[in-house]
Design a protein around this ligand. Structure first.
Ligand code: SF4
Ligand code: MSK
Length: 643
């Protein structure tokens, strides 16, 4: 076993070796046992959606039993992946909306509205009356409207109005302005079942519509409602990597995506009576840390440290120092159950959508959230005495995380002049060449974290401002790339000058996977600020996810593409290239319809080149390429730019 091929993170390498020596299987071992993986599946040319199949397209058999051709089969697989990802983000959003509404009605005593300002802003946008009304009254109306977005019988998603006007017109023209989120997912499943939509182009068009229901619907609602309910994050210091696990405290890991339970768990762990119990059990205190996107959510709002990203979930348990891991939804590998059996770690599933065989299910219930959280924390404390030998890596890094649309504007312009103007000006004068979004997962087929780190370093070196979310953020955090000073040393001259002037790091950690919707809103506001075109597709902006794992990543990629962005995924991980027509459309033709397209590249440096070439081509189109003298704009000139 070559541990360096498994991960570039030293802490992970140590734990992989520990597991290897102890004969405990992990995600990389299981990947090895799966070799060789099915070539038909890899290119999307197998179909098992009816019992005349399974069918696969080969030289000998150009059509499935029903007559479906390779284009239909691949396009259906793509659409179903997008629908799967959209469902995940949106069901998360719906659960948040339900608790939000219950909190507003006083039916969820452990939750309350924390960001009144954002509530009022959203209420105004949704045309909810605010005058002489309490926050809870306003929130009740907002919550009802938000919940309606998932299943309303008429109309289109309300948040699409946040996009620039020309973008909305493109969606109208293409017939992809998303209606109710559930409806788009149901239609995706209907279209892609046997004998329905058998035109790859209309299947792919519906993939855009479904993905847009995610990005501009389910994910965006989840983000906004979480901000109002738990507080909008602001940049703060946090610690990242397995070294955050404590040797002398009760360690609790929260893992998954939905912060409803973890928010209360953090409060429960800080309860003085509970802390006394921990001390009575011989521990110095209680250390709550996170894995995956629940970790991102908890760090940006509470400073809870991040133990690791997706592929660290088994490694964290293998330290032998985790008394309890509570998981909610998404990206929770069933493999953690087997690893936990080898240690004293207690595992709990908490979401009504997600149980695991052999794992105790403690259902999260918003009416008794604190009671449930305390029960789990006490179980962790009681388990402390069972801890055996531990192997906790020392590695951990600090970084600044928790950037939002609001906080980026604040950093750029201050409290009274919060605005994207300084960013736009510096993109226009060329100090910053453009913006890149580096998002998504870690995949055992790629040395863990390697692409995110190499890509971020290359882009900031070339004066591109980087925004990250999800496991990519954690990867950057582990190698100190979220540390403003260390990252600034790697940044190109222009980017560094701007960042130092406004006091902003060159890599902005923007939260979890659903927080990609923050990037959509931020990009729309950058367009609205003026000087960089009229639509998202005109911005010098590109996205990348070179270690994608989940259907959610595919949905995110597709909603960025359908919003006009160039998005690069790892070539070996993108399983829809078995049809020439589908490939030609996704990698090229779709640009004529939406202004964005997919790109595929495994190598992070080559991916950076592709992103830069795209960014420069957008600068050319905007007339920003000619070397310009540094120009200070008067107010009048700025107004003229916005015309
Ligand atoms: Fe085969 Fe067609 Fe059934 Fe798919 S839908 S399994 S291609 S017969
Ligand atoms: S957790 S979706 S592996 S980013 Fe959001 Fe990480 Fe990808 Fe899960």
């Amino acid at each position: 076993m070559d541990v360096e091929k498994r991960s570039v993170d030293k802490a992970a390498q140590k734990m992989i070796n520990v597991m290897d020596e102890a004969g405990i299987e992990n995600v990389w071992d299981r990947l090895e046992k799966q070799q060789p993986q099915c070539g038909f599946g890899k290119s999307g040319v197998c179909c098992r959606i009816c019992s005349m199949g399974p069918c696969r397209i080969t030289k000998k058999a150009s059509h499935g039993v029903c007559g479906a051709d390779v284009d239909t089969i691949v396009a259906r697989a793509f659409l179903r992946a997008v629908a799967g990802g959209t469902s995940a983000h949106s069901d998360h959003g719906r659960t948040v909306a339900e608790v939000f509404l219950a909190a507003a009605r006083g039916e969820a005593k452990d939750y309350r509205i924390k960001d009144s300002v954002k509530l009022h802003v959203l209420a105004k946008e949704l045309e909810v009356e605010t005058k002489d009304r309490s926050d809870n009254e306003i929130a009740e109306d907002v919550g009802k409207i938000a919940l309606g977005e998932f299943g309303k019988s008429e109309g289109t998603q309300l948040m699409v109005k946040r996009a620039p006007k020309p973008r909305q017109e493109i969606w109208e023209k293409q017939g992809v302005t998303p209606r109710a989120i559930d409806r788009e997912v149901v239609e995706a499943m209907h279209r892609s079942t046997m004998g329905v939509d058998q035109n790859y182009k209309s299947l792919l068009r519906h993939a855009s519509k479904t993905a847009l229901a995610d990005g501009w619907g389910g994910s965006m609602l989840a983000t906004d409602l979480q901000d109002i309910l738990f507080g909008t994050p602001s940049p703060g210091k946090g610690e990242v990597n397995l070294g955050v696990i404590s040797s002398d405290q009760v360690n609790i890991i929260v893992h998954g995506h939905d912060p409803l339970m973890s928010e209360i768990m953090v409060d429960a762990a800080n309860d003085p009576e509970i802390l006394e119990k921990a001390k009575a059990a011989g521990a110095k205190g209680i250390n709550v840390a996170g894995v995956c996107c629940t970790a991102n959510e908890m760090l940006v709002r509470h400073g809870v440290p991040i133990a690791g990203n997706f592929m660290c979930q088994e490694l964290a348990i293998a330290t032998g120092a985790i008394e309890m891991m509570a998981v909610d939804v998404q990206c929770v590998m069933q493999g953690i159950g087997k690893v936990a059996e080898k240690f004293h770690t207690k595992l709990f599933t908490t979401a009504h959508q997600a149980e695991m065989v052999g794992v105790e299910h403690i259902p999260f219930d918003e009416q008794n959230a604190m009671e449930t959280a305390k029960k789990m924390v006490i179980a962790a404390i009681d388990n402390y005495k069972n801890r055996g030998d531990v192997n906790i890596p020392k590695e951990k890094e600090t970084g600044v995380m928790g950037f939002t649309n609001e906080s980026i504007k604040y950093m750029l312009g201050g409290r009274f002049r919060a605005s994207y103007r300084p960013l736009n000006d510096n993109i226009m004068n060329g100090k910053i060449r453009g913006i890149a979004a580096i998002v998504g997962c870690t995949n055992p087929k790629v040395p863990m974290d390697s692409t995110h780190i190499a890509l971020s370093k290359e882009l900031i070196k070339r004066n591109v401002l980087v925004l990250t979310t999800g496991c990519a953020t954690v990867a950057c955090g582990k190698c100190a790339m979220l540390h403003p000073k260390e990252a600034l040393e790697l940044a190109g001259e222009g980017l560094r000058e701007v960042c130092e002037t406004v006091g902003m790091p060159p890599i902005l950690a923007c939260g979890s996977c659903i927080d990609n919707s923050r990037l959509l809103v931020a990009s729309s506001e950058i367009v609205a600020e003026g000087g960089l075109g009229e639509d998202l597709s005109e911005l010098p902006l590109a996205g990348a996810c070179l270690e994608s794992v989940t259907e959610k990543a595919t949905a995110i990629g597709q909603y960025f593409v359908a919003s006009g962005v160039y998005v690069i995924f790892g070539e070996d991980l993108f399983q829809y290239m078995g049809s020439e027509n589908v490939a030609n459309y996704l990698l090229g033709g779709i640009e004529e319809d939406f202004g964005g397209k997919w790109g595929l590249e495994n190598d992070p440096i080559k991916a950076a080149e592709l992103m830069l070439a795209h960014i420069e081509s957008k600068r050319d189109a905007l007339g920003l390429s000619d070397k310009q003298e540094r120009k200070l704009y008067t107010m009048e000139e700025r107004r003229a730019l916005e015309l």
